[in-house]
Each structure stands twice: as structure tokens, then as C-alpha cells.
Design a protein around this ligand. Structure first.
Ligand code: TPP
Length: 339
């Protein structure tokens, strides 16, 4: 297929070359954050089934390469607007398992002080703006943050994650257009997991690649394998560098698959089994571990140690959260209105 002018389609072969700027310690950290997301989410599924975690449980199982690979390119002063499949991105930016557990238990000490019980959270201290439940609205928010950086002459970047269904909303187009016209330092990561709840991509748009929509806004579009963490890192780093230099926004489409239901109440029976099986073979963590073992950066034994240490941290976080107090009723209004 002929390439469109400013669209880059990254070769699908799994990346084996280490992108510039990543040390061995970085590679190990990337693995740890991906594993933290996976192990925490697998645990929370069990807690949900036991009736212990409150609210809906959305996981990003299979999305870890996108969540971690893209967030790993950011500096502390940059802004991140995550979505509901990006738990790992919060870990990259300094969120702790303990605070995440407090959030899932709706506890007063948690990031939303018990106002919500799942991935709808952020942390202003860490410059992770709260997840906006109205999908696509985090895109104009990121554009606004990038506009503020521009006005203040700060070379920071705003990165927002969105889904394929999100790309069907008006705010998606308005934000891309605004960011382009104002030449803002925004990076948009579209996690195309092929389903928006029960709606397959083919029933919501007549194109295969969401990344090509960048053409209409005169900005670069990139299409990359979202299960290849080093590829996601590399293309996001390039977009972040451009944004930091004042060269404007980028739309990056990361192809992946939602290998579970929309959330844990949904058995995804409407998704063809072969499709899930195909993508499970491309598991982002398994592929990355294979590469790290081949490059002698990690060993099977070291991976087991990493898992054991994360699991222990999860045990402690859950234990702490289960014993922590819930908010009192009147506290629900605190921080809702300006004083
Ligand atoms: C504006 C808006 N419409 C509907 C919803 C309800 N909703 C929450 S997640 C979701 C599916 C979103 O699909 P996608 O953007 O592809 O992300 P995914 O969940 O597949 O990762 C929907 C419809 C919402 N949160 N906001």
C-alpha cells in the first residue's frame, strides 16, 4: 500500500535494537513497570470476583507496552493524561501500588479520596491529570496544557492516551486541529485495541488505520505495533522530541487487542476467539522478556525474583487499603467547588 505523505508505518517485525537513550537499567525498569501493571490487574480481577474491590474493573492486560513505553519518554515536568488501560503509565511517573490499591478500594487516602474506585484517577503532584470519564475530553485538556507551556515558553510536552472508539468523538478532531493550528507540543497515543466496548472498528469507521487521520490535520501520523514496547518507546520519543523543539503535535496509532472484556463484568463473547488467541501469542510482556533474556539483561531467575517482589508489594498494598478508612459522607463535596 502506498504511504501517505506524512504517515509512517513502522515495520511490524519485533524490535531487537535498543533505542538510543535507553540504558540497561532503563530496560529493566520498563520491564518492572509492565509487570507491575499485569500482576496488579490480575490480582484486582480476583479481588473483584471475591467482591472485595469496589466499582468496575477495567484492565489494560495486553496494553502494557503502550502504557509504559510511551510514558517512559516523558520528563517530570511534562503532563500526562492517561486512559483506563494505562495503569503502567502511572507507575512510570511515580504512582505507588499502595495509592492505586487505596483508589480501587474507594478509600479516603486514595488519589480521588474515595470518590471513585477504578482507573478514573490522576495525581496533580505527579503531573498526571485525572482521567476524564467523558472519552476524548482528555485530548483538548492535553492541548490546553501544551498551550499553557507554549505561552509560558516552557519546553514541556503534554501526552494523552485515547482508544479507537474515542477517535470517533468530535473532541478527537477538534483537539488535533487546534493542536496543529497552534503548533502545540502535544503527543496523542491512540490505543487501537479493535473494539470499543462491543463495537468492532469496522462498524465505527471505514478505514483500517486511525493514524492516517493525521493527514487531515497536517501533522505527522505514525502507525506502530502496540505490543512492541521498544517500538512504542522509539516512535513516542521522536514525537516528544519534536514537540519539545516546538515542531508541533503527532498522532501515534498503536495497534493492539483488548484480550479481555471491556471490563470484568463483560465476557467478550462477541469477540472472535481466534482473534484473541492470535494476539495472546504476541503478548507484550512475554515478547519483551524473551528479548531481555536473549540480550542477557534479565534471566528467568531474575524475572521470578522481580515477580515475587512485586507480588509482595501488592500484598502489602491490598492489606493496607483494606484496613484504611472510607471517606465520611460530607467529604464528598470537598474540592468539588472552588472556595
Ligand atoms: C463520551 C463517552 N461516551 C461513552 C462512554 C462510555 N464508555 C466508556 S469506555 C467506552 C469504550 C471506549 O472504547 P475505546 O475508546 O476504543 O477504548 P477501549 O475501552 O477499547 O480501550 C465507552 C463507550 C464514555 N465514557 N464517554
Amino acid at each position: 500500500m502506498a504511504e501517505l505523505p506524512n504517515i509512517t508505518r513502522v515495520d511490524e517485525a519485533y524490535t531487537t535494537e535498543i533505542p538510543q537513550g535507553l540504558s540497561e537499567a532503563d530496560l529493566v525498569l520498563i520491564h518492572k513497570y509492565m509487570k507491575m501493571q499485569r500482576l496488579y490487574e490480575e490480582r484486582v480481577i480476583k479481588l473483584y470476583r471475591q467482591g472485595r474491590a469496589v466499582g468496575a474493573v477495567y484492565t489494560g492486560i495486553g496494553h502494557e507496552a503502550i502504557a509504559v513505553g510511551a510514558a517512559f519518554t516523558l520528563e517530570k515536568e511534562d503532563v500526562m493524561c492517561a486512559m483506563h488501560r494505562d495503569l503502567g503509565s502511572h507507575f512510570v511517573r511515580g504512582m505507588t501500588l499502595k495509592r492505586v490499591a487505596l483508589q480501587y478500594y474507594g478509600r479516603k487516602e486514595g488519589p480521588t479520596q474515595g470518590r471513585d474506585g477504578n482507573m478514573h484517577f490522576g495525581d496533580y503532584q505527579l503531573k498526571n491529570y485525572g482521567m476524564v470519564s467523558m472519552l476524548a475530553d482528555n485530548m483538548p485538556v492535553a492541548a490546553g496544557a501544551a498551550l499553557a507551556f507554549k505561552i509560558r515558553k516552557e519546553q514541556n510536552v503534554a501526552l494523552a492516551y485515547i482508544g479507537d472508539g474515542t477517535a470517533s468523538r468530535g473532541d478527537f478532531h477538534e483537539a488535533l486541529n487546534f493542536a496543529s493550528v497552534r503548533n502545540l507540543g502535544a503527543v496523542y497515543i491512540c490505543e487501537n485495541n479493535q473494539f470499543a466496548y462491543s463495537t468492532p472498528l469496522s462498524e465505527q469507521m471505514n478505514i483500517d488505520d486511525i493514524g492516517i487521520r493525521a493527514v487531515a490535520y497536517g501533522i505527522p501520523g505514525v502507525i506502530v505495533d502496540g505490543n512492541d514496547v521498544l517500538a512504542v518507546y522509539k516512535v513516542t520519543q521522536e514525537a516528544v522530541d519534536r514537540a519539545r523543539k516546538g515542531e508541533g503535535p503527532t498522532l501515534i496509532e498503536c495497534k493492539t487487542m483488548r484480550v479481555r472484556g471491556h471490563s470484568e463484568h463483560d465476557d467478550a463473547s462477541y469477540v472472535p476467539k481466534e482473534l484473541i488467541e492470535h494476539w495472546l501469542k504476541k503478548d507484550p510482556i512475554e515478547q519483551y522478556e524473551k528479548l531481555l533474556i536473549e540480550k542477557q539483561i534479565l534471566s528467568e531467575q531474575k524475572i521470578q525474583e522481580v515477580e515475587a517482589s512485586i507480588n509482595q508489594e501488592i500484598d502489602e498494598a491490598i492489606d493496607y487499603a483494606e484496613k484504611a478508612p472510607l471517606p465520611e459522607g460530607p467529604e464528598a463535596l470537598e474540592g468539588v467547588f472552588a472556595d
